[in-house]
Design a protein around this ligand. Structure first.
Ligand SMILES: *Cc1c(COP(=O)(O)O)cnc(C)c1O
Length: 515
């Protein structure tokens, strides 16, 4: 055995053991040191500087480089300038701090490197995934006909829901097996309904599935940004009058922007009456299944024909980790293929499970281990409390902002999103307010102390906290709000001077105005 090869693979010899332990130890120490020293979520290093640092590290030579040196470069040039997502002040997107059991599971599943497509490549892992899927279908409230598969995330899960629904519709309406024959010309008539706040992957999937993004019909929402049933009925009627075929509704349980949850039970009833496939995109809200206070919000999930749940969002798992579920396992036959080398039909007769039959992927990660370790170590009870804590914190933060005259709050948070904006009290000019809020978001990103998102609502710029971190506190939020107010005042002042629109500005006058 060549020792210089042996050093880089797992095997019983000393060179392998030493290198494995050295690398893992280095990586682990690097992470734990970072988590001790990261007082803010971002370094604030400029984009140009980050790019040039990375280019420098990427000078790849032909020879071996020293482990200490390489790890040090990676620490300084990459890890240091990465967003520290575990910091409570990192709250831009639906991007979660990972739970420690998930990190430990990654070490195991990476080393095992099981591929989940066929049983012979993942003899124990196949059953872990299959049993976890069962655990979830039960939790959702499906009968034993329910089934599912792990996916790379919500995009893939939504795609799968629409793929199965499309194939089924083509079979029902046109007696065409799309899997074999391809799309018939009449497929142009197929229509999908979803709310105007549904995730963009609904359109993206429609275009990838040969239906075109125009096949997606947006239904109006109410003031809580939930899909409006009356409007859905009207849209369905209009589509049918035009000779078009609505075949599917995509409901959202936890919209990405607001966390709003569509009326699942009413939609299930409508879907039943109108013979539509109901897919629920619960990429985000799926975590409410374990909530102690809010699980009723997703009690209608079991009525859906298919469901998307992401674990790398409110389940605090490392990226990637998600799942797709169906009410009737037969629906997976719409995409099943048999490859003689992987999952011959005889396997099925022998009762051997090959998960590839339910997936659009072939080689697939053993992400199920992360959830298994999380649920066993953390427990579902405490996990549910974490979810509840973050939602309650978002509600309290919104209340705090509402009491402050310097802020306008756009929503009553249903889940973790607080959408608000700084309200310029000196110079009440719409354009100014947009610019000031944009400047606030940029300023805090560049300073690295607070990572927020910005979004647009009715043409107005808003700031957004997505409060997923159970370690965040109301004191932290109070401090940020105070800092945002200070920054807003400062920008307002400088803008006013620049544009000479607020020449009447004077500190005492606007203070009284605000009271
Ligand atoms: C995040 C999200 C998606 C996309 O999921 P990915 O895991 O990013 O692919 C789909 N739908 C909703 C509602 C989401 O929040």
């Amino acid at each position: 055995m060549r020792q210089d090869f042996a050093k880089w693979f797992l095997h019983p010899g000393d060179v392998s053991q030493t290198t494995y332990r050295a690398l893992m130890e280095k990586a682990m120490v690097l992470v734990s040191d970072q988590s001790k020293k990261r007082v803010q979520p971002f370094s604030g290093t400029s984009r140009e500087k980050i790019h040039s640092n990375v280019k420098e590290i990427l000078s790849i030579s032909e020879g071996v480089q020293d482990i200490d040196k390489v790890m040090d470069e990676i620490d300084k040039g990459i890890v240091n300038d990465s967003l520290w997502i575990s910091h409570p002040s990192s709250m831009a997107h639906l991007h979660c701090p990972p739970l420690l059991p998930s990190l430990a599971a990654e070490v195991l599943l990476n080393a095992l490197n099981q591929s989940m497509d066929s049983w012979d490549q993942s003899p124990a892992a196949t059953y872990v995934e299959a049993e976890l899927i069962k655990f979830f279908t039960k939790k959702i409230g499906y009968t034993s006909d329910g089934d599912g598969t792990f996916t790379a995330g919500g995009t893939q899960s939504n795609y799968m829901g629409m793929l199965l629904a499309r194939n089924k519709a083509c079979n029902t309406y046109f007696s065409v097996l799309v899997q074999k024959e391809g799309l018939p010309a009449e497929a142009r008539k197929l229509r999908i309904l979803c709310s105007e706040h549904a995730h963009f992957t609904v359109q993206k999937s429609a275009s990838q599935l040969g239906l075109g993004s125009d096949a997606v019909v947006k239904v109006e929402t109410n003031n809580k940004r939930q899909l409006c049933i009356e409007n859905a009925k009207k849209k369905i009627r209009q589509l049918r009058e035009q000779g078009l075929i609505p075949f599917m509704v995509v409901a959202t349980a936890g919209t990405t922007d607001f966390g709003s949850i569509d009326p699942l039970k009413e939609l299930a009833k409508l879907s039943n009456e109108e013979q539509l496939w109901l897919h629920v995109d619960a990429a985000y809200g799926g975590a409410l299944l374990f909530s102690h206070q809010y699980s009723h919000l997703v009690s209608g999930l079991c009525l859906a024909d298919s469901i998307t749940i992401d674990f790398h969002k409110l389940y605090y798992q490392t990226i990637s980790c998600g799942a797709f579920f169906v009410k009737n396992k037969e629906d997976f036959l719409q995409i099943a293929y048999h490859a003689d080398y992987l999952n011959p039909e005889q396997d099925q007769e022998k009762g051997i499970i090959n998960l590839v039959e339910k997936s659009v992927q072939t080689t697939k990660r053993f992400d199920a281990l992360k959830l298994l370790m999380t649920f066993k170590l953390v427990g579902t009870e405490l996990f549910g409390e974490m979810v509840d804590y973050t939602i309650d914190l978002a509600k309290k933060t919104a209340d705090m902002l509402k009491e402050d005259p310097f802020f306008e709050v756009h929503n009553d948070p249903e889940l973790n999103a607080v959408i608000f904006r700084y309200r310029p009290l000196i110079c009440q000019n719409q354009k100014n307010a947009d610019e000031i809020n944009q400047e606030i978001q940029r300023y805090f990103y560049q300073s690295g102390e607070l990572i927020m998102a910005k979004t647009k609502e009715n043409g107005k710029v808003f700031l957004k906290f997505t409060m997923l971190n159970p370690l965040n506190t109301i004191e932290n939020m109070r401090m940020h709000i105070e800092r945002i107010r200070q920054a807003g005042e400062k920008f307002e002042k400088t803008q006013g001077e620049i544009q000479n629109e607020c020449s009447v500005y004077n500190e005492s006058s606007y203070r009284t105005e605000s009271n």
